[in-house]
Design a protein around this ligand. Structure first.
Ligand code: PGA
Length: 235
């Protein structure tokens, strides 16, 4: 089971350090087989020394080792901090920053070539969900075009766009049906994301084919994130 926190544009270097230390302490004091992932902002990266079940990764990178790409962060900069896990295709990068499909596939290929873990995010906008499950599946499977689904360090996060940061969670039935259909194509771990909270994480983690959650807003308090880890430990 994987419990991941996406900080988005939140926390400072200091509060990130405090967060990571708090979670590390919590994990070390509990017998856990839960895999924990934390994606802070790039400015808060550090060579964190954590329990082996915790990985601190990045929300974004540019698919180059280094070079002339003003404002971007290449792999040389990530290697400095021993980064071994990245998010690719998050809906805020697709829809807010307008990252193209081509760039997303390039990022996937680059991270794969580097042999690091990739949480690849897919998810449909509201109007697609309103057209029914078949339309949703057509949409999300298209987002997987060009992605090597056999890559051994691949994790897929299904995150409906309309559920991200809105407080609206997909119904358990919708999550169940979507993950079931995704499982026909994807043999890798499947996460759900989109307004996961301390209160609903248990139900979501109990859904068939759900191997974990990617959490934004409700994970930014270390105590709450640890409550979610603790829930996962009991499942
Ligand atoms: P949210 O974000 O939990 O705030 O909805 C989820 C995500 O962006 O991964």
């Amino acid at each position: 089971m994987i419990i991941a926190s996406n900080f988005k544009t939140n926390h400072t270097r200091k509060s990130t350090q405090e967060f990571v230390s708090f979670v590390d302490e919590f994990v070390k004091n509990s017998s856990s087989s839960v895999e924990v992932r934390i994606y802070p902002t790039a400015t808060a990266l550090n060579s964190f020394e954590c329990d082996k079940s915790i990985q601190v990764g990045v929300q974004n990178f540019y698919p180059v080792q280094n070079g002339s790409f003003t404002g971007e962060i290449g792999f040389e900069q990530l290697e400095e901090f021993g980064i071994k896990s990245v998010l690719v295709g998050h809906s805020e990068r697709r829809h807010v920053v307008k990252e193209s499909r081509e760039l997303i596939v390039q990022k996937f290929d680059f991270a794969k070539q580097k042999g690091i873990e990739i949480i690849f995010c897919i998810g449909e906008p509201k109007e697609v969900r309103e057209s029914g499950l078949d339309t949703v599946m057509e949409y999300v499977l298209k987002q997987l075009d060009g992605i090597d689904l056999d890559y051994d360090k691949l994790i897929i996060a299904y995150e409906p766009v309309w559920a991200i940061g809105t407080g609206l969670t997909a119904s358990n039935e919708d999550i169940k049906e979507t993950l079931k259909r995704l499982r026909e194509t994807v043999k890798k771990p499947l996460l759900y994301g989109g307004s996961v909270k301390v209160d609903n994480v248990e139900d979501i983690l109990n859904i068939d084919n759900c191997d974990g959650v990617l959490v934004g807003t409700a994970s930014w308090k270390a105590e709450d994130f640890c409550k979610m880890i603790s829930t996962a430990q009991k499942i």
